[in-house]
Write a new protein. Structure first.
Length: 362
């Protein structure tokens, strides 16, 4: 992945962009009262029930928008609105230093999950205070002492981590996947500095969850495997961030085709994914998946075929969260949403990807 692409990738996944995104980015979100009403309808309450298999399909939308993402607007909806796909998992990006206190804790999301029948939530848990929208990539990667790996190891964030762990424990029927400090092997996030300290921070957090007896939490070590043939320097850098098998439940990677100067076919991602599977002898999750609009049908179909034929891919999380860093590099058209896609061919391709991820076959 090119340096501009890496900068864009990190900005794309920051998770603080909902306020600036156009309405077309997200399905309309229901109010608590509306959500409670919808939750009484069978068409909503079973949306997220797991199929009883070891594979899953997830999507990065909030629980109170799941009904719209699935079926489109309740009145006057057009045939191309809504995906009519049942995810087993929802994902959210959460920053430790978010401006609003409720955005620092998992309670709100997990409460919505409970109401709509979702039994698994992934939190991309980012130890930082997000930079303001439009900040440069260089500012984003600046170290933040309060949230640094060293500060975590030293106990500075222990009260917050304990509160967060206790909140997760309050929802024992929901499996919470913790994607802490994702894409750590890159250079575009402040937690990437000093792999040894990153490993110690990971283990420190893991130990707190054990002390708090949080049985429904799983830790997902989610790097950025990148594209192209693996090489020794890339592998050595990746392994430097490995916390140890004892501290990791699942491994995963980002898989985004940005298009433009950073256009990559599915086949360019797979060699490194396969190598990491061999290195750790563990299943691999695709924890953040998206592609540019042009060529989306072929890309999704190719990914569906790879997932279906690869038994050790145990999950796919589709994420079309908006980016405030789109101006940092020339990309393809990332401003599209599958839930409103008018192309029947693209919708069929997406359905095939979801079926493959669930283990239903294509």
């Amino acid at each position: 992945m090119t340096v501009p692409a890496l900068a864009f990738c990190c900005l794309y996944a920051s998770g603080i962009l909902h306020a600036m995104a156009p309405k077309s980015w997200h399905p309309p979100q229901d109010s608590p009262a509306k959500l409670a009403e919808l939750a009484q309808r069978s068409s909503l309450t079973w949306l997220g029930r797991p199929p009883g298999r070891s594979r899953f399909f997830g999507v990065a939308v909030p629980g109170n928008a799941l009904h719209e993402w699935f079926s489109g607007p309740p009145k006057g909806g057009k045939s191309h609105e809504g995906t009519h796909i049942h995810p087993q998992l929802l994902m959210d990006f959460q920053s430790w230093g978010a401006t609003k206190k409720q955005d620092r804790m998992p309670t709100h999301q997990l409460s919505e999950d409970k109401q709509v029948g979702i039994r698994a939530e992934m939190f991309t848990w980012q130890p930082w205070q997000p930079p303001t929208i439009g900040s440069s990539a260089s500012r984003q990667e600046n170290a933040q002492r309060q949230y640094s790996n060293q500060a975590i190891v030293g106990g500075m964030q222990d009260p917050y981590i304990r509160r967060w762990a206790d909140a997760v424990r309050q929802f024992p029927r929901i499996t919470v996947y913790i994607r802490f400090g994702h894409e750590m092997n890159g250079t575009w996030y402040p937690w990437s500095f000093d792999p040894q300290e990153y490993v110690l921070a990971w283990r420190h957090i893991w130990n707190i969850f054990q002390q708090q007896r949080v049985r429904n939490a799983k830790f997902v070590w989610s790097a950025d495997f990148g594209e192209g043939p693996p090489d020794p320097s890339w592998q050595n850098n990746l392994m430097a961030y490995w916390p140890g098998r004892k501290y990791v439940n699942d491994i995963g990677t980002t898989m985004i085709n940005f298009g433009g100067e950073d256009s990559h076919a599915v086949s360019q991602f797979t060699p490194r994914i396969e190598l990491v599977h061999q290195l750790f002898n563990m299943p691999v999750m695709l924890t953040e998946v998206n592609t540019e609009k042009q060529g989306r049908c072929r890309w999704m179909l190719d990914l569906a075929k790879f997932v279906e034929q690869t038994s050790w891919i145990n999950g796919v999380v589709w994420s079309q969260q908006p980016s405030y860093g789109a101006g940092n590099m020339p990309t393809g058209d990332m401003n599209w949403q599958v839930w409103t896609d008018k192309s029947p061919r693209a919708r069929r391709a997406f359905h095939m990807l979801a079926r493959a991820a669930k283990g239903d076959g294509i």
